[in-house]
Design a protein around this ligand. Structure first.
Ligand code: ZN
Length: 198
């Protein structure tokens, strides 16, 4: 990239380190940014820095939030005894988009994957089991239908069974290996309503 001046090259290099951004996209973004009014660029960089500095895990459900307790966990409108277990915050957002789910969530931040060396202790599973010591009616496991998601669902259901708490799995019909995030709202609702007790 010797044909760009040092600071432009640096900007392109930083952008191309982001997921899904190849060197062509990085160049396009870099020149877009360079043509933006300085004020907008400052807003963009402030938003990135503020989010990175202030966003943390909700102390109850472990979703990403800028408060100690996320808006869902602190809402009196939500059924705090119904917990849906998802792999990440984007999955939570996908279910929230349907506006039909009235319970709360638990975000695992990953799934068990023996192949990648990710075990039960590498995701927020202990934290889920601690939560279940409170009053809980049902746990809905909504991990992805990938091999890792299914492995995680099976593992969790085995852990919960002895507690006597009802545990269910969202219905299949969610494409195998598909990230929940990319599935349309109707499919998500059908999966949720058609959930089966484990
Ligand atoms: Zn929360």
């Amino acid at each position: 990239m010797g044909y760009y001046s040092r600071q432009i090259s640096k900007l392109i290099e930083e952008l191309s380190g982001l997921p899904g951004i190849g060197s062509k996209s990085a160049q396009r973004l870099a020149f877009h940014i360079l043509n933006m009014p300085l004020e907008h660029v400052e807003q963009l960089s402030d938003a990135i820095i503020d989010a990175r500095r202030n966003v943390r895990y909700c102390r109850q459900c472990y979703t990403l939030t800028d408060e100690e307790l996320c808006p869902i966990c602190s809402s009196s409108q939500r059924d705090q005894k119904l917990i849906m277990v998802v792999e990440d915050t984007r999955d939570l957002a996908a279910y929230e988009k349907t506006q039909k789910y009235q319970g709360v969530y638990h975000v695992l931040h990953g799934a068990i994957s023996p192949m990648l060396g990710i075990g039960p202790n590498d995701i927020k599973l202990k934290e889920l089991m601690q939560r279940l010591q409170g009053e809980v009616d049902e746990v809905i496991i909504a991990t992805n239908s990938s091999l890792e998601g299914e492995t995680t669902a099976m593992y969790i259901s085995k852990l919960i069974k002895p507690t006597g708490i009802k545990v269910s799995r969202i219905a299949s019909g969610v494409p195998v290996g598909g990230d929940l995030e990319y599935i349309d709202e109707m499919t998500l609702l059908r999966a949720l309503e058609g959930r089966v007790e484990l």
